[in-house]
Design a protein around this ligand. Structure first.
Ligand code: KG4
Ligand code: ZN
Length: 353
């Protein structure tokens, strides 16, 4: 097992984690929500600056909570993409500097692959969902990504379909913004939907029966027309906002669950992993479980604490790749980091090549 210090800074969370194999020893997340809330979305330049100030204390806190020193760390893992360039650079440069100064390997990890690998994490809060034992279909749904993938083994991923425009989380957030709800809006739509009727507003299910790609921008536009026709959010009437939220949520969930199940049928795989920030959505979790049960599939739904952006998922996948001796040549690796793969003579990082 390799003791990995992991860093995530691809969007609006500065996160650091210490992971030993699949075991999470610490997972610290400095959220930038207050920085971006007043703008109603992530402002890339502000995000990069906030990462710069939060990075050192976040890494320190991760080491402290794990009760490990930097000297004990055997490898660094870092999100190399996809994400906001300026934000990624902060994490990458921090990880490179730490790996260089300690003489330990650095593995660059793909953010979306890390999301769908979070199902393998273990911690003291009790077992999450059982991870799949073989190849699986993964639905990655977050603010920046919506894709359905075939995962052969950890970090070995083939995309089967993805969004052609907005991501599912982006759709949640944009509709929430139209409805005057705070940023990020997904969780608010989730809450308000509890008191709404999911069939109250007739909305499209974009590309439902057309392959495994997604499209959510039309749904957002339909929600906008609904609000405009009423004469504004305040004119939706009693329960109108809740009904709209529940209807939008149902439309998104319908599409996600249908395509994920379709991918299982097409690939002949029985295990479905659901991950990413939108996987916190209670209706999605419930509907995915139900649909899997009906179809004789096994649902593996990532524990909510590892759905939204975190560094533990980066450390878990980074460690797995390193132990297979693959991570350093793996898909997301920046060539410039190759020199860091060689440890100085005399040092041994357990488990790492
Ligand atoms: O994975 P994540 O933290 O960041 C990205 O990689 O994008 O996902 C953030 C997204 C946001 O769009 C947020 O609104 C959404 O996840 N989200 C939710 C819920 N909790 C977070 N969407 C729907 N229902 C939720 N409960
Ligand atoms: Zn993410």
């Amino acid at each position: 097992m390799t003791l990995v210090l992991a860093i995530e800074s691809s969007c609006d969370e500065t996160a650091a984690s210490v992971v030993d194999g699949r075991r999470v020893l610490s997972s610290v997340i400095a959220s930038q929500i207050p920085v971006h809330a007043r703008w109603g979305g992530v402002v890339p330049e502000l995000a990069s600056r906030a990462h710069l100030t939060a990075m050192r204390p976040t890494v320190q806190a991760a080491l402290q909570r794990a009760d490990r020193s930097l000297e004990e760390i055997e490898a660094l893992a870092v999100t190399a993409g996809p994400g906001l360039a300026g934000c990624l650079l902060v994490g990458l440069e921090t990880a490179k500097a730490l790996a260089w100064s300690r003489g330990v390997p650095l593995v660059a990890v793909d953010h979306v692959q890390a999301h769908v690998d979070a199902i393998f994490l273990e911690d003291d809060e009790g077992a999450g969902a059982e991870p799949p034992s073989g190849p699986y279909v993964a639905l990655a749904v977050s603010g920046g990504h919506t894709s359905v993938m075939r995962v052969e083994r950890r970090g070995d991923v083939m995309t089967l379909g993805q969004t052609l425009d907005d991501a599912a989380g982006e759709c949640f957030d944009k509709v929430a913004k139209l409805a005057g709800l705070p940023y990020p809006g997904g969780v608010h739509i989730d809450r308000l939907s509890e008191d709404g009727d999911p069939s109250a507003v007739v909305l499209p299910r974009p590309m439902l029966r057309r392959g495994l790609d997604f499209s959510f921008s039309g749904l957002k536009t339909a929600a906008r027309y609904h609000i405009e026709r009423a004469g504004g959010v305040d004119a939706l009437g009693p329960g109108g906002l809740e009904d709209l939220c529940a209807s939008v949520q149902e439309a998104i969930v319908d599409v996600l669950v249908h395509k994920a199940a379709q991918a299982c049928v097409q690939t002949g795989l029985d295990d479905l992993v659901i991950a990413g920030g939108v996987a916190c959505n209670r209706r999605l979790r419930e509907r995915a479980r139900g649909s899997c049960q009906e179809l004789g599939l096994r649902a593996h739904i990532t524990p909510a604490r590892y759905c939204t952006d975190n560094a533990a998922m980066v450390g878990g996948l980074g460690g797995a790749l390193l132990e297979r001796g693959e991570g350093l040549e793996g898909g997301a690796l920046l060539r410039a980091d190759l020199h860091l793969t060689r440890r100085p003579a005399g040092r041994s990082a357990r488990g790492a090549r």
